[in-house]
Every structure is written in structure tokens, then in C-alpha cells.
Design a protein around this ligand. Structure first.
Ligand code: ADP
Length: 744
């Protein structure tokens, strides 16, 4: 029997080596663990550690200045690291990035690390699996049903074999439909290595021959790549000017420079990724690694692992791609940099464009922003010389910009319960008569934004939120657009019980499509919105139909505004140009400008000239008048002056503090306590507390503060000091939003 040798009096046990491990949970920071002798851990290693009764995965974190000194730690309480996981080490650069994002957004480091580590299942050992892709053709005699068509459309959009369950989920059908198609030979069964490497981009392939302006723009960016230095370059060019071709040259240059270099292209919208992936595949002879919310488990794991080991060289993704564990990131491109979708609105609240700039600046590599309508933040930085600007003022190949007309709706009112003016209807008639296509744009999903009882006047609202329920005829439901809550459309008023008394007020795209179908019964009309086109494969199918001329009139929300190129689309009719201007959002004017410019930019992208007509009840409004005259500089100047006068971003800093909870009293008393203890700070103003415009959301009551600081003041330090000093009731949630984009 052998016992542990007892330490002789006066002799110390050698102290275990300690490591700090950050776990992907919203806790304070890294915790200290003992390193078992045999592990030889280094910062960036993925490990499993005990945390209370659980075992969790985390990352060995670098020592930070000001961290807990080893001497303060009770060694008896320190638990050992359990194992090291088999995955490429997280780079110091990514770990530093997690720390900066945490310090900037005031979300805990663990919450930010969670965006890097995702579910953690990509750290499991690989398991070979069976996936399916589309067979080259559907065998003769296989009966096609609408459900089977959906499956086929889904698998045709795949670039990696997925499991039947995943295909079924994406197509919105049961597993059985997928298996039956596979048994019939319409799908090809493939045993996959779940982590199969991505094909390397072929860098010998040349891109399009650039115009002199494009070549000049590409040269400027290339210089920063060659100098291996941080620089932010804005490609400011009208829609269709060839910005993409320019930044693809930059991507090629960065990939060529260094055999391990990685490039990230960020896009705001997943509906854009599929056509874009195809375009990149053509350019580089290999499909890039994709990253977006619609990627299945298998696809996500593969991209994550291959980005981590550095073999995925070219990555295309939505905002969360910024948190992939890159090994050697050397260039970021943020396309449509002005797009509000770059702001993450739940979980860790961050602006992906801004964080991408931070990432590049700290990583010492260049970043490219592209837009036809740069955000005011970016425009001011460009004017101030902090960013370099390259301009592409005209469309590539001589296509002209669309001609823009205003329709004053006060003079051309539509019929009752209709929304298209006679001027717009005539223009659509002319367009269709020439065999061309038209788009009717309205940035409102569903059939009608408000349902009201004609008998008692009841407005249909969500039971737990201060929101109207939007009628969707497509699904025959009333839906809350803020929370997703929905009910089948009732036949009787839930308030007074009157039968058949519910009336739809106002239009959404579904209602405009109904009006169009009445006006043009012979024509093919399709709706393009996130409700009707629910996944990239379905989007792809609709876009292909539009390109092939299978659609005459596309009725669309903002999902159709971006990026798409329809050669035969020559008329864009904006049903309600004033829509985005209501509400007190500081960016309302700017956003309306950007969105409508983009929509207008869909018309006449090739030789046939395009035309846009804006229906407005306030054509003299600066945004509407500016759009019609096309004077962007004057509009931006006016916006800039307004923001400067008020000290709003980018001339000052803003943060929102939202208190929320199910107990209204607790929320309000927490707000009063915080209001009573606002620290004094030079150059800081605190507004509120005020009930949020959405006072009740998902059963929680919400109260807001808005904090405004001068540019040279750290709003984070102010908030830290304020919030650590005031103890509020534990049932009240505090959410800090640095640089808020939503004021609801
Ligand atoms: P943007 O990104 O500014 O909207 P794109 O890069 O998509 O513009 O270019 C618009 C259209 O012009 C695309 O069809 C693109 O292939 C074409 N194009 C742009 N530059 C060139 C070029 N140098 N040579 C040939 N075609 C080009």
C-alpha cells in the first residue's frame, strides 16, 4: 500500500502552475485553474474545465495586466484543467479582439468568446457522415410534388452534402420526403469527411480587365496590402459601377502575397450570399468558405474548423463571420458598409463594420468598405482623411443611371383601398408593353400593418407587447414583427365578438401584389420578402425566374433592394417613399436615402435605360427632393450639419441603457435609483429615464436612458462607473447598447 508522501514540516509542495481559462458564458472574466503536468498548455488552447457541477469548454487565456495575482488565489480551491481538446489554437490576435470587443461593448468577455466558440460542437472529434447533394438529373418516372420540388431546390443550392434532417429543415418538409427522393435516385448519397478542406483559390486566374478608374482604385488598395499596413479604404461608387470587381482584385492581391493569408468578405444579407458565392467561384475557380445563419450544422462546423486551421483562405459571411477563429487574417472587405444589418440587435450588441475596422487596425492589415451610399459615419471619416476614398462615379460599361420622377400623391390620389397612382400604373403598362420588367417596392412585409374591428374599434395587438399584429394572408396569420408571436387570423373580434368585422388597414407587399393582380391579371406577379422567400435556395429560385423573364412584376421589400442584377428590369415604382421617414430615429433620413437609392439602382443596369418613380405625400421633404434631384452631396451636407449641431454620431458618442423586467414597479424604481446617482462627468449628458416607445415587449416593461458624450470622452468609463455603483433589484435586466441603432 502506498500513501501520498506527506510533506515534511518546513518543506513546501511545489505550487501548481496556474492558467486562466475563459469560458463562453456571460460571467465576469477568466477563471484560474491548475495545469496538470502532462498538458503543457499555452494561451489559445481549447480545454475542458470543471465549473461548479458542470464540465465546460473554454480557452486558455493570455495573462492580462491587472489580472488576479496568483498570490491572492486560494490554492486549495483551484481545480485542475481536465483535458486539452484537439483543435488549432486560437490566435492571440483573436483573443485580443475578444477583449477589445468586450471592453468596447461592455458585454462580458465570455459572451464575446461565445460568438467565437459557437455551440462548441465543432470541437468534438469528427464523425464521418452521410450527406446528400443533387444527382446530375432526376431519373425518368420520378413523380414530382411541390414538396419534392422544394427539396430539389434546396439541394441544388448546397455546396456541401447535408444530412436528410438538415435538408428537410431547410426545405420545410419532413425527412421522409428527402429520403424518398434519395431512394428514387434524385439525390446523390455521399460519404463525407465532415471537415473536408476547401479547394484553394486559383490565383493564376485573372479577373475582368479593369477600367482605368477601377484599376486606379485597385492599385491604391494593393499598395496598403503590399505595405502590410492598416488602412481603411472606402470604395464610393454608384450601384453597378464595378466596386465588386475592384475589391476582388484586392482580395486576389492579399491571397497572393502570402501562402497562408486569409481574406474575409462581409455581406449584410444572407439572401445575397448564394449569387455572390457563385460569382467568387467563377472568379477564383473554387468555392469560398461560406458563413451565415442558414448554413447547416455540418457546413458550419466545416467552415469553422477550416478557418481555424487556416486552410479556408477566402471566407464570405454575414456579420458573425468576423468572430470566426481566423489564423492569419490579412484583409477584410465590408460590402454595403452602410447597411443597418451590420448592427447586431440581440445578444452582444455590436456594429460589425465598426468592429471590423477595429480588428484590422489592431491586426495591422487593410480593410475596404464599399457602398453607393456611404453612412454618414464613414463619409465624415473619409472627409477628415482618416479613411482613403476611391470613387467610381459612373456605371460600368456606360449604362446610365435611372431617371427619377416624383409622383405627388396629393395630386394623384389612388382609389379608395388602393395604393398605386394612375401615373405609376401607366408607367408599368408602358414597361410591360415593351416586354420589360417592373418592380413595385414597399418596405413592409405581410398584407396589412394594422387590423381593426369595424364594430368596436379594437386594434389587434400582441398580448404581451405594445405592438400591432400584422396580417399575413400568405400564411393566414396575424404576426408581431418584433417578437414573432402569431395567431391564426380570427373570424370574430376577440374583444366584442362581432363576426367578420376585422378590417385590414394600410398596405404590405401582399396587398400590393393583390392590387397588381387585379390590374394586370395576365401577368406573372411574384412577391419577394423574407416571409415568402424563406431560405437562400428559394431566393435563388425566385431570382433565376426573374432573370429568365418568368416574372413580369416583382413586388418586393428591402430584401430585393440589395445587390441583385436584373438586366430586363427597367422600372422601379416606390409605393410609399415616405414610409421610413416617420419616427424619431436619428438615422431615419439617411436610411431612407440609402434604401431608396439602392432600390432605384436596380433599374436599367444594362443597355436599356431605367426609370424610377417615387410616390410621396411630401415631395418637398429634403430626403425625397434630394433623391429626385440626385444631389447626394447636398443631402449629406445637410445631414452632417444637423448631426454636428446636436453632437450626435459621428460628432459625439451615444449609448442607450435599457432597463427591463416583468415587474413594472421594480423596473421603475431601478430607473429612479439610477437617475438619482448619475455621476458628474464633463461632456456627458444623460437623458431619461423615459418609457421606451415599445414599453411592453414579451411581457417585460422597458425604460430607457440615452447617454450622449463628446467625442473625446470615454462613454464606457462613464457607464462602468455609474453601473457598478448602483445596485438594482435582481429581477431587472440592464442592457447597454453602445452606438445604438434602434431607439425602440
Ligand atoms: P457594384 O459592385 O458597384 O454594384 P459590380 O462590380 O457588380 O458593381 O459591376 C456591375 C456589373 O458590371 C457586373 O455585371 C460586372 O460583372 C460588370 N463589370 C464591372 N466591372 C467590369 C469590368 N472591368 N469588365 C467587365 N465587366 C465588368
Amino acid at each position: 500500500m502506498s500513501a501520498e508522501p506527506a510533506a515534511l514540516p518546513g518543506m513546501e509542495q511545489p505550487a501548481p502552475r496556474l492558467v486562466r481559462v475563459l469560458v463562453p458564458l456571460p460571467l465576469a472574466g477568466p477563471y484560474t485553474y491548475a495545469e496538470p503536468d502532462d498538458l503543457e498548455l499555452a494561451p489559445g488552447d481549447y480545454v475542458t474545465v470543471p465549473l461548479g457541477p458542470r464540465h465546460v469548454r473554454g480557452v486558455v487565456w493570455p495573462d492580462a495586466a491587472g489580472g488576479t495575482a496568483d498570490a491572492e488565489i486560494d490554492l486549495k480551491k483551484v481545480k485542475p484543467v481536465l483535458e486539452r481538446l484537439d483543435a488549432p489554437r486560437l490566435s492571440v490576435e483573436v483573443m485580443n479582439f475578444v477583449d477589445w470587443v468586450s471592453a468596447y461593448t461592455l458585454f462580458p468577455q465570455g459572451a464575446v468568446l461565445r460568438m467565437v466558440m459557437r455551440s462548441g460542437s465543432q470541437l468534438d472529434p469528427p464523425r464521418p457522415q452521410t450527406g446528400y447533394l443533387a444527382a446530375p438529373r432526376v431519373p425518368e418516372g420520378v413523380k414530382m410534388t411541390p414538396q419534392r420540388e422544394k427539396v430539389l431546390a434546396t439541394v441544388r443550392g448546397l455546396n456541401f452534402p447535408e444530412t436528410p434532417a438538415e435538408i428537410a429543415r431547410r426545405a420545410g418538409v419532413s425527412d421522409g420526403v428527402v429520403r424518398a427522393l434519395a431512394d428514387a435516385g434524385a439525390l446523390e448519397k455521399i460519404e463525407t469527411d465532415p471537415d473536408a478542406p476547401f479547394e484553394a483559390p486559383n490565383l493564376g486566374r485573372r479577373g475582368k480587365t479593369l477600367s482605368p478608374e477601377q484599376a486606379d482604385a485597385a492599385d491604391k488598395i494593393r499598395r496598403h496590402i503590399e505595405a502590410r499596413e492598416y488602412a481603411c479604404t472606402l470604395i464610393d461608387g454608384v450601384t453597378g459601377s464595378g466596386k465588386t470587381e475592384v475589391y476582388l482584385e484586392a482580395a486576389a492581391a492579399a491571397l497572393k502575397q502570402d501562402p497562408g493569408a486569409q481574406v474575409l468578405v462581409m455581406l449584410p444579407e444572407i439572401a445575397l450570399t448564394l449569387p455572390f458565392l457563385k460569382r467568387l467561384e467563377e472568379r477564383f475557380g473554387a468555392a469560398p468558405a461560406p458563413w451565415h445563419s442558414d448554413l447547416g450544422q455540418a457546413g458550419r462546423r466545416r467552415t469553422w474548423r477550416r478557418v481555424a486551421d487556416g486552410s479556408a483562405r477566402l471566407v464570405v459571411g454575414a456579420r458573425s463571420a468576423l468572430f470566426l477563429p481566423f489564423r492569419n487574417l490579412k484583409l477584410i472587405i465590408v460590402d454595403e458598409e452602410h447597411d443597418p444589418a451590420y448592427k447586431q440587435q440581440d445578444g452582444v450588441l455590436y456594429q460589425a463594420r465598426d468592429m471590423a475596422i477595429l480588428r484590422a487596425a489592431h491586426g495591422g492589415f487593410p480593410i475596404v468598405l464599399a457602398s453607393a451610399t456611404p453612412s454618414l459615419e464613414t463619409a465624415v471619416n473619409a472627409q477628415g482623411g482618416r479613411y482613403e476614398t476611391v470613387q467610381l462615379p459612373s456605371r460600368f460599361g456606360g449604362a446610365s443611371m435611372p431617371d427619377i420622377g416624383l409622383i405627388d400623391m396629393r395630386e394623384n390620389p389612388p382609389e379608395k383601398q388602393e395604393w398605386l397612382s394612375s401615373v405609376l400604373i401607366r408607367a408599368v403598362n408602358d414597361t410591360l408593353a415593351r416586354g420589360e420588367q417592373a418592380m413595385l417596392f414597399l418596405n413592409r412585409r405581410g398584407y396589412a400593418p394594422l387590423t381593426i374591428c369595424r364594430k368596436c374599434g379594437e386594434r389587434m395587438t400582441a398580448p404581451d407587447s405594445d405592438t400591432w399584429l400584422v396580417e399575413h394572408r400568405f400564411s393566414n396569420r396575424l404576426v408581431c414583427h418584433h417578437t414573432g408571436y402569431s395567431i391564426p387570423r380570427p373570424d370574430t373580434c376577440p374583444h366584442c365578438g362581432a363576426h367578420d368585422s376585422l378590417a385590414a388597414c394600410g398596405p404590405g407587399v401582399e396587398r400590393i401584389a393583390e392590387e397588381a393582380a387585379r390590374l394586370w391579371p395576365e401577368k406573372q406577379i411574384a412577391i419577394f420578402s423574407s416571409d415568402t422567400v424563406m431560405n437562400p435556395a428559394a431566393g435563388q429560385e425566385l431570382l433565376a425566374r426573374m432573370k429568365d423573364g418568368g416574372i413580369d412584376i416583382l413586388v418586393a421589400t428591402q430584401v430585393a433592394a440589395k445587390g441583385h442584377h436584373f438586366p430586363n428590369l427597367t422600372l422601379v415604382g416606390v409605393v410609399d417613399a415616405d414610409l421610413g421617414l416617420v419616427g424619431g430615429d436619428l438615422r431615419a433620413g439617411e436610411r431612407t436615402w440609402q434604401l431608396l437609392s439602392q432600390v432605384i439602382g436596380r433599374a436599367g443596369r444594362e443597355e436599356k435605360p431605367g426609370r424610377a418613380l417615387l410616390q410621396s405625400y411630401q415631395p418637398e421633404h429634403p430626403v425625397i427632393a434630394g433623391l429626385a434631384s440626385g444631389d447626394r452631396d447636398a443631402f449629406m451636407e445637410a445631414e452632417r450639419d444637423g448631426r454636428e449641431m446636436l453632437g450626435f454620431p459621428p460628432f459625439g458618442r451615444l449609448a442607450a441603457l435599457v432597463l427591463s423586467g416583468e415587474n413594472e414597479q421594480h423596473v421603475n424604481s431601478a430607473a429612479r435609483m439610477l437617475a438619482a446617482q448619475v455621476p458628474h462627468g464633463q461632456g456627458i449628458e444623460v437623458w431619461g429615464p423615459a418609457p421606451a416607445p415599445l414599453y411592453r415587449l414579451r411581457g417585460s416593461y422597458r425604460v430607457r436612458f440615452l447617454i450622449k458624450a463628446a467625442r473625446d470622452v470615454s462613454i464606457q468609463n462613464f457607464l462602468r462607473a455609474w453601473l457598478t455603483d448602483v445596485k438594482i433589484h435582481s429581477s431587472v435586466r440592464r442592457t447597454v447598447d453602445i452606438d445604438p441603432y434602434s431607439f425602440m
